[in-house]
Design a protein. Structure first.
Lengths: 160, 162
């Protein structure tokens, strides 16, 4: 009984902390973020298991964690609002080369972050080559390039 | 166009929700910082807010007001000057809620009674100090009573965090 309660508390507390730490830490994980996650795991692990190293306890904990995870994914699937609560929503940061600075500040994304994503994903060099930059729910920045002459994707699709 | 208005293209935004989430994020950061700062003061154990004493004529006790389940906690008992052996009586709440890890010096006798535990120490006439380390078994509030000999007991409560 104790193990299940501990697992539920730790699951939701960790979930809340990761959620409020913002999307930037989820998607673009640095080497240090990785170390941080290991430390978080190590710190909570003993509090969850306590002095009970039995196989039964391990099974109870694993079952509880996986069940909670599945429960959340089912809730997400059923209720679009909960999907937003649990997973964040996409936010447009660049609209036709124009930076939406207030949004960027709130989301803690810099111009450099966007240009980096543009270089990495699309090989773009300048802000005016970006049509849309979107901070996705996953925390990644995706880039829609502006129409370019002579490239296949740049041909505008016109309804005939 | 208002920068915080929801756009539909290329993705459906929920800016009203998103702005609320940003606010919740900031409140959360403040809460995390507050937890760390409060922990530094000793609100969650080991720190100046947690240090406490209980003083009587024959016995004075130093203890941690805030403790954590299973974390070793120190109690130190100082006996006033006097002749002969000293006894330290701890009530049943202590017996039930703590697992004693070590007592320094070792008591010459220890006796379980109906109303708790009695430890007897050989001390010098100038008085002496006994340190007791114990693990709280579970969370909650422990109402501890301790006395030396037949003196009126010193009562204090300890909050044990889970």
């Amino acid at each position: 009984m104790d193990s299940v309660l501990k697992a539920v508390i730790v699951f939701f507390v960790l979930w809340a902390i990761i959620r409020i730490s913002g999307r930037r830490t989820l998607g673009e994980m640095t080497a240090f973020d990785f170390v941080l996650f290991l430390i978080i795991g190590g710190s909570t692990q003993r509090a969850i298991t306590g002095q009970d190293y039995s196989l039964t306890n391990a099974l109870i904990l694993v079952a509880t964690f996986v069940a909670l995870d599945i429960a959340l994914s089912v809730i997400e699937l059923k209720y679009p609002f909960m999907r937003r609560v649990l997973n964040a929503t996409p936010t447009i940061l660049v609209d036709n080369g124009h930076l939406l600075v207030h949004r960027m500040r709130r989301a803690r994304v810099t111009e450099e972050n966007i240009l980096e994503a543009a270089r990495r994903l699309q090989g773009l060099e300048r802000m005016d080559q970006i049509k849309f930059a979107i901070l996705e729910a996953s925390g990644d920045i995706s880039i829609v390039p502006a129409a370019r002459q002579g490239t296949a994707e740049a041909v505008p699709v016109r309804p005939s | 166009m208002d920068e915080f208005a929801s756009r539909q293209y290329p993705v459906q935004e929920h800016m009203h929700f998103q702005r609320r989430m940003w606010l919740v994020e900031r409140v959360g950061w403040a809460a995390l910082t507050a937890i760390a700062l409060l922990a530094l003061t000793g609100l969650f154990g080991t720190g100046w807010l947690s240090k406490a004493t209980a003083d009587g004529k024959d016995l004075s006790i130093r203890y941690e007001r805030f403790q954590r389940a299973t974390k070793l906690a120190e109690f130190s008992f100082r006996f006033a000057a006097g002749e002969g052996e000293r006894s330290l009586h701890l009530n049943t709440a202590f017996q039930q809620n703590y697992e004693i890890a070590s007592i320094q010096p070792q008591p010459s006798r220890s006796q379980a009674g109906e109303d708790g535990l009695t430890l007897t120490f050989a001390t010098s006439p100038a008085g002496g100090m006994v340190s007791l380390w114990a693990h709280p078994r579970s969370y909650g509030i422990s109402e501890i009573e301790a006395r030396s000999g037949s003196a009126p007991p010193l009562a204090f409560s300890i909050i044990v965090y889970p």
